[in-house]
Design a protein. Structure first.
Lengths: 209, 209, 209, 209
DNA sequence: CATGAATGAGCATTCATTCAT
DNA sequence: TATGAATGAATGCTCATTCAT
């Protein structure tokens, strides 16, 4: 579940990211584990990273951009792992179950990522125009694809819009994880996956299947 | 559901609060509807209230104290209304249903209050030592009493600690309302009450009754 | 050595000072025993006095004026006591000894007064134009008179200007008391008087006498 | 007697201090010549220095730290000069006389330094835990060494603890300079040194020598 | 690739003071 | 005689950000 930050996203053959940049992102990641983004100062990030504050602005437009890029790197990483994790699994429901488990497990094991995604970025009005939001959509498109395949294979009801189903799935996961994240409680992926699938599958499963 | 801030809590015959104080509380209330408490500045509060920043510190120890007092006033108001609303209702389950509905409805209709109570104050480590927390407990004691009466009247199982039941009820309400509050979605009190009661009642109802 | 603040200075037959005023002066006196004048706030004075801040400005032009008036009352009190204390004493040297002892004793027993007089007021450029400074001169005129009488009675050298002698006496006392006051050490009036007189008297005493 | 602030203390080969920092220290030094530290504002310091207030906090922890660092630089400078000035002088008494003169002369020529050291810093309770206090002790250790050498060479009585003697010397100098500093009177180093030595030497000189 | 130096705007908070009642 | 309400002007300090080198 470790995220490699020293590789460029689009093409892993490209030259590695400069060490200063890596250190900065690593520093923010570490700090986000301890406190809110809004209470983290650039001075703090620079000190933790062992670089000067000015360097942050060499690589990132501003403090918020740094957060967004960190999030992007996480998202890209998780999207790739997600794709990998459902490879070779047959049946829409088995794939969805795996997918739900993977998603909950990310939230359960990476609180920093969960906190950013579920809380921090949403406060900012232009989040939905951001590059980050694009990546979030890329990520959720993986879910959509699995659903659409399930519909085509006549496993999933065709009278519900796939997007609605995806919304239901991701929304439920969020709702279920959110309070755990906010109040710092443990999240049990196995149990939650079980409960959630129980609910979702019997809701969307075609009667005849 | 409007909270009257211009009356003293303990004794409605006492002299009215000074207009500046009222304006300040009103200003914060209005601003909390638009943005996070941490991003609201004293200058902003003062400007919105039409008073000077200094006046804030005449009536409140500091910015946080202002938030706490606002919350206190809400809590006292709601506790009184809550007591009023269950008067004349017979049966522990009917009382609980009313109580749950009332509670959810407060969250649904007063987002500012909900946001403060469920998110803002919790970040502060000494919240649990605060005067505000005392009022929260006063409020939740009303719930406890209803449960204990239900136990005494043999309506509610006596093998579960009443405090645990209260925790379950309030916890469920919170969990259910939290994401609605954070993501600004509508909360439907009738529907949620129905679902919640379904779950809670069949869990705690005595078999023999 | 208690200073009665409830009587007007110029005429003891006049009506007593209003209780609010008395309380304010008393409050400042008490606070000056604990901390510097510059760190004492009007809010603190008012609270200690049990009155509102506004009342301070009914009786005193400003915070500094309050200090000056307190000092004035002390000075008037001490001048009267000083005159009283040398009554019936014969001989310039005996009178001076008494006078020096009295002066040192005031500093020793009333640190508040000493601190104001020796430190606080001097920082203010217009102290020398103030009403307070007039009273200080009135006080030191008592010393001057005793010296001049000593000169006329041929007890004290006539080749030294009496004002210079007075300056020497009061200057020595100050110097000797100052460090005690600043560093909070005890001041021993008997001992210091002895040493100071030894020095001063053998310096200014006429050879032939 | 001018203190060069643009050089590092430990190693004169090190890179020079940034111009902003120098300007700030210079500005405070200048302002301290005109008014009390407590009445000097950061805004004033910044304006006098021709920099922004924020820069003060880049180089100094807070306003008080700036004062301490200024004092430290003075102290280090003076300690070095003091060591230099007694080089080549033979005999404990000659060395002490020089040392006393030097010390008084510093107070006489650098009122700013004298005021800080004798008045300002003492009000702060944690002065005695500060880095500055360490330097003061370093400085006074020079005095102690001279005394101890005098004892070993049988010039100074060995029945008195050297530390006591040092305390007596420095204490006398302080007491003698203090009122001059507070009341802004001139201090005559030659005369004061003469008087002080007269007193101290005949007190501590060994009978037999 | 990275830094040292510097900044502008803002922050919560304080304080002496005023004035209508 | 006394007060309750309100204020203007600071105060020490922070923070994200810029830019020449």
């Amino acid at each position: 579940m470790q995220l490699s930050v020293n590789r460029d996203m689009k093409n892993s053959k490209e030259k590695p990211l400069p060490p200063g940049r890596i250190k900065i992102v690593l520093a923010l990641k570490s700090l986000l584990g301890q406190k809110d983004f809004s209470t983290i100062t650039t001075a703090e990030i620079a000190k933790t990273a062992g670089v000067t504050e000015a360097l942050i602005y060499k690589y990132f437009k501003d403090k918020r951009d740094l957060l967004h890029q960190l999030l992007s790197e996480y998202l890209e990483q998780y999207r790739a792992q997600l794709l990998q994790s459902i490879r070779g699994i047959n049946g829409a429901f088995n794939r969805l179950r795996k997918l739900i488990w993977y998603h909950i497990n990310v939230y359960a094991t990476n609180r920093v990522f969960a906190k950013i995604l579920l809380i921090e970025v949403r406060n900012y009005p232009d989040y939905y125009k951001s590059e980050t939001y694009k990546r979030v959509k890329e990520y959720s498109d993986v879910v959509l694809k699995v659903i659409e395949e399930g519909v085509q294979n006549a496993e999933i009801r065709s009278d519900l819009p796939p997007k609605l189903i995806r919304y239901g799935i991701l929304g439920s996961i969020e709702q279920v994880c959110l309070s755990g994240i906010i109040f710092g409680k443990k999240i049990n992926p196995d149990e939650l996956t079980e409960q959630l699938c129980e609910f979702i599958f019997s809701g969307i499963k075609k009667e005849s299947s």
